[in-house]
Design a protein around this ligand. Structure first.
Ligand code: ATP
Ligand code: MG
Length: 287
């Protein structure tokens, strides 16, 4: 019998929880009463949601208990399960890094030879050491890795970092980056045809949301004698929309701008005589 529902595993609570639920909401998927549940479903999309510890998500997806999941690349690669990445989601950004006590000299990775390294990521740490022909002792601990050197449990840590303030507060400095990570959507490798079709729908929505986040809708007033130069600055989806204003000699120009070029172009538009520039967020973008 073919599955008629897609089952997604997301983090039950923690750093990925809110962004995961928010992403589903932005995709127009309403979830029934999310709080304190192990499982819920949607009334307007054939989706069942399992709330799990992030460490367990790759295994559940490999086993097919869940069809898809949202998890950090750090956890995904550490667990080394057979699943496939479908889409990078752009949240939960961090890096897995090696940090040493601030006073300690560190010239190269060779400085780690013979050291005791505390980490929650033994697999990735070992891989990094092997790749660099370094022998060190790995001490696996499940949390508060950053305090390990301070209490004499280890010489060095390999831990997740985002701003670096936790390392700093614990007297550590970052010396090597092992992995740059963000959250990803993963899928089971043996989805059936019906599940693939549902996943395609979901990914289509996710891509529309992601694209919209990187893009702004811009409206401005332009003097007609500068219209050509102003339009040349604006890419638009096909080309900008131009409408005459009630005031003679002026037009209203509408277009979309990508985040990367945004400020640069806005400045040039002002220089060319554009006025009343409005910048509006875009909710979804289908191209
Ligand atoms: P769980 O109870 O689900 O096992 P956890 O304590 O292992 O939760 P969190 O601290 O909630 O995990 O982090 C979840 C994910 O968020 C990490 O695996 C990582 O992908 C991402 N993340 C982003 N920034 C950071 C950071 N500064 N420290 C830790 N994780 C981060
Ligand atoms: Mg975890």
């Amino acid at each position: 019998m073919s599955q008629t529902k897609l089952r997604i595993a997301i983090q039950k609570s923690g750093r990925l929880y809110e962004d995961s639920v928010k992403l589903l909401a932005e995709c127009g998927i309403d979830l029934r009463n999310v709080k304190d549940r192990l499982k819920t479903e949607s009334d307007n999309f054939p989706l069942e949601v399992f709330f799990l510890r992030d460490d367990d998500i790759p295994q559940y997806v490999e086993d097919g208990v869940a069809d898809i999941g949202i998890v950090g690349e750090n956890v995904l690669y550490e667990k080394n399960k057979q699943t496939t990445i479908v889409e990078q989601l752009g949240f939960g950004k961090c890096r897995l890094a090696i940090a040493v006590p601030r006073g300690q000299e560190y010239e190269s990775v060779k400085a780690l030879e013979g050291k005791r390294i505390a980490t929650s990521y033994p697999f990735l740490t070992k891989q990094f050491l092997n790749d660099n022909n370094v022998n060190a002792e790995i001490h696996e601990i499940s949390g508060s890795v950053e305090i390990a050197p301070g209490i004499g449990l280890a010489d060095v840590v390999c831990d997740l970092v985002s701003s670096g303030s936790t390392l700093f507060m614990n007297g550590l400095k970052e010396v090597e980056t092992i992995l740059q990570s963000q959250s990803v959507l993963i899928k089971n490798n043996k989805l059936n045809e019906a599940q693939q079709q549902l996943l395609k729908k979901l990914v289509f929505r996710i891509q529309a949301v992601k694209k919209a986040k990187r893009t702004k809708y811009v409206l401005l007033n332009a003097p007609n004698d500068k219209l050509k130069e102003i339009i040349a600055l604006l890419p638009g989806m096909k080309s900008p929309t131009v409408l005459p204003l009630a005031q003679e000699g002026w037009s209203s120009v509408h277009s979309v701008l990508s985040e990367d070029t945004f400020w640069d172009i806005i400045e040039q538009l002002k220089d060319k005589g554009a006025q009343g520039i409005l910048v509006v967020p875009i909710e979804k973008m289908i191209i």
